[in-house]
Design a protein around this ligand. Structure first.
Ligand SMILES: Cc1cc2nc3c(=O)[nH]c(=O)nc-3n(C[C@H](O)[C@H](O)[C@H](O)COP(=O)(O)OP(=O)(O)OC[C@H]3O[C@@H](n4cnc5c(N)ncnc54)[C@H](O)[C@@H]3O)c2cc1C
Ligand code: SF4
Length: 440
């Protein structure tokens, strides 16, 4: 075990290689062909299928399940991908328990929905593993579009525009495309390099040029893009994080959960990643749960997730909360951090208990913490953007911003949940609106 120089409890190599690979293996292993047929057989192929309405990308779920049931998984994949070009990733990361599977009539009747997410994965994997890209470009229109951010929103927008015959240049500040699919989603939801494989597969459409390491604001300006391209789509997500304004909040051992997760996702050797013995994650959303679970899987002894309200108010779904509990994460609710204690590096965190309306009770508790991860919300970064609403780019209709010729979608835009599938839907819909606008 390698001790970290700056914080005594934080160390790398807590587990052996076999434990790391078991801990970070696929959360939901893929269905085999027989399991897929059995799962597909449970679908009633409802006429007014509520699962379709519950899907942010409106995939024709009964149709693709029927295509699997009749032995044509590649046709099923095309049904999915024509609505959601990242259907493979969404099959892995969508909170289906609060979307299509929650609405499934078999969930209502028996408490056991059709395995829509896993069937979607079965079909899309079947096609993508053969390297088949089922779409081709329309005749080139001569129109050009700049896409800022190559995450789910930007890539979905770029793919649809390229398919419609436009030439797209996608600018991304990072070294790799994929956005949070590559840098944020929990490692056990998308193992074995799936995020990059999906990007490579998506780019087979042609007509998309990726400009890595080019950030709006630093390397290109919105005015420049507006003058050089016929339209601009902004899909840069939420790059900022909220600060933890408490006494001792800047001690060594305190960092942002998104950075911790990004390091983990990019690590070639999990054994080289330092993790605390007593990790405390502050927050109640998906990022908080993912940081807590992955700290535990890296070998932290005690992991506590501390949230300021009750469990029912947590943004993380019940499934995510249960996953955290099943991995041994302790969830503390109705607590707010008051101070971080320690000589240079954090050693303890002090919380005050609060009521449901966030009134302090005066009762405090101190728990050991050699690593504290902040997961208290992300913010939009950047100047000179179109008008904002609630801290995000204000959009109307299919992503139209206050600036003519500029669209936005995904996490950086107002409205919609901050989910991969919503970003894909918004990117696609903006592309259709850009197309209509460019072609008159
Ligand atoms: C830790 C974590 C776990 C999550 N887990 C899930 C999950 O399990 N399921 C789920 O559905 N959703 C999950 N989400 C939410 C989901 O990842 C996001 O809603 C989705 O990625 C949003 O897509 P996007 O394209 O809008 O933004 P992003 O994915 O953030 O992509 C934005 C892209 O823009 C680039 N960029 C940023 N600023 C600039 C700039 N100035 N110039 C150029 N490029 C720029 C970034 O490098 C990035 O590539 C999670 C989020 C986090 C943080
Ligand atoms: S609601 Fe359930 S049973 Fe009905 S079509 Fe959708 S997946 Fe099939």
């Amino acid at each position: 075990m390698t001790q970290s120089p700056f914080s005594p409890g934080v160390a790398a190599g807590r587990l052996d290689d076999a434990a790391y690979s078991e801990n970070f293996s696929d959360l939901h292993p893929a269905l085999d062909p027989h399991e897929a047929l059995v799962a597909a057989d449970r679908c009633y192929f409802c006429h007014d299928a509520p699962c379709i309405t519950a899907c942010p990308t409106d995939i024709d779920i009964p149709l693709f399940i029927r295509q699997i049931a009749t032995g044509t998984p590649d046709a099923a994949a095309k049904t999915i991908l024509s609505q959601n070009i990242m259907g493979g990733m969404c099959a892995r990361v969508c909170p289906t328990e609060t979307l299509c599977e929650e609405a499934c009539v078999r969930e209502m009747a028996e408490g056991k929905p059709v395995k829509i997410g896993q069937l979607q994965r079965y079909a899309t994997d079947h096609l993508q593993e053969q390297g088949i890209h089922p779409f081709s470009r329309a005749a080139v229109t001569g129109k050009t579009v700049a896409v800022v951010g190559a995450g789910p929103a930007g890539l979905s927008c770029a793919h649809r525009l390229a398919m419609l015959g436009h030439d797209v240049t996608a600018y991304d500040a990072r070294a790799k495309a994929g956005g949070l699919n590559e840098y944020g989603i929990a490692a056990y939801k998308t193992p074995e390099g799936f995020a990059q494989a999906e990007v490579d597969w998506l780019l087979q459409i042609g007509g998309i040029t990726l400009e890595h390491g080019k950030a709006l604001g630093a390397d290109v300006s919105l005015d420049q893009l507006k003058s050089e391209f016929d339209a601009v789509f902004l899909g840069m997500g939420l790059g900022g994080v909220n600060a933890l304004n408490v006494e001792g909040g800047d001690k060594a051992g305190v960092s942002d959960a998104v950075d911790f997760i990004a390091d983990l996702r990019q690590a070639s050797d999990l054994g080289a990643l330092p993790v605390g013995r007593d990790v405390v994650v502050i927050g109640g959303g998906m990022t908080a749960v993912d940081a807590a679970v992955q700290s535990k899987l890296l070998g932290a002894l005690n992991v506590t997730l501390a949230y300021r309200r009750g469990r029912d108010r947590m943004n993380a779904s019940v499934f995510e909360q249960d996953l955290a509990a099943s991995k041994g994460v302790r969830i503390m609710t109705n607590v707010v951090p008051k101070a971080l204690h320690g000589n240079g590096a954090v050693q303890e965190i002090e919380f005050e208990y609060v009521t449901d309306d966030m009134t302090g009770t005066g009762e405090t508790v101190r728990i050991p913490a050699d690593q504290v991860l902040r997961a208290i919300g992300q913010t939009l970064k950047g100047d000179g953007l179109p008008d904002l609403e609630g801290g995000k780019i204000a959009v109307a209709g299919a992503g139209r911003t206050s600036v003519t010729g500029v669209w936005a979608g995904g996490d950086c835009a107002s409205g919609g949940d901050d989910l991969t599938v919503t970003a894909v839907a918004e990117g696609r819909d903006a592309a259709m609106d850009i197309h209509a606008s460019l072609m008159g």
